[in-house]
Design a protein around this ligand. Sequence first.
Ligand code: PGA
Length: 221
Amino acid sequence: MTYIVANWKANKTEEEARTWIEEIGNIIFTNEIPDNKKIIICPTFSTLAILKGYILANNLPMHLGVQDISRFKKGAYTGEIPAEILDKNIEYSIIGHSERRQNFGEDDETLQSKVKNAKEKSIKPIFCVQNEDNLIPQGVEIVAYEPIEAIGSGKPDSPDNAEKIARLIKERNPEVKVVLYGGSVSEKNVKSFSSKENIDGVLVGGASLDSSSFFSIIREC
Ligand code: PGA
């Protein structure tokens, strides 16, 4: 199985999200997606319902995830979105993205709580690490290796180095079954990563915002 995960970050109005999903839906209606490609879209919370409605109504072969999950349970936590209140169609959550570690001070303890809360609600964490030494909490099966210098810079890691790190992550963490590469993935370089033995797919930021670039990545990987 090859995973292709879109991370929209803090982008897209409701109208833009609707246009994106309609565009990609139209491409998918005429271009079958092979069963061995798992497509996971992680939009903003404010556009999730739009994507969900369209994906379910049109039976699109796409799964939904969120970009973060609360470390708290439901209750008096203004502004938070805990796992318990997410719709059952949300199957995945990115956890520990470097932008959250940097901008929101998320540490190992916080990330462990987030993983635990996600798993209690059967949401699969896509746990982001910047190197092979980052702590990976118990119960994580999907990891995304994303070196900070490669994110949004147009300068991806070398496929050989990414493969080496992916192998080390799997060797050191026997629970981890899937390692994705993320950082400046494009339709031009995606195959060089996804074809590596220990890399099981990609996490795509900037290039996922445009429906045709994202579909090209799906096609090429
Ligand atoms: P990028 O972002 O593809 O824009 O480099 C990847 C990510 O941060 O998940």
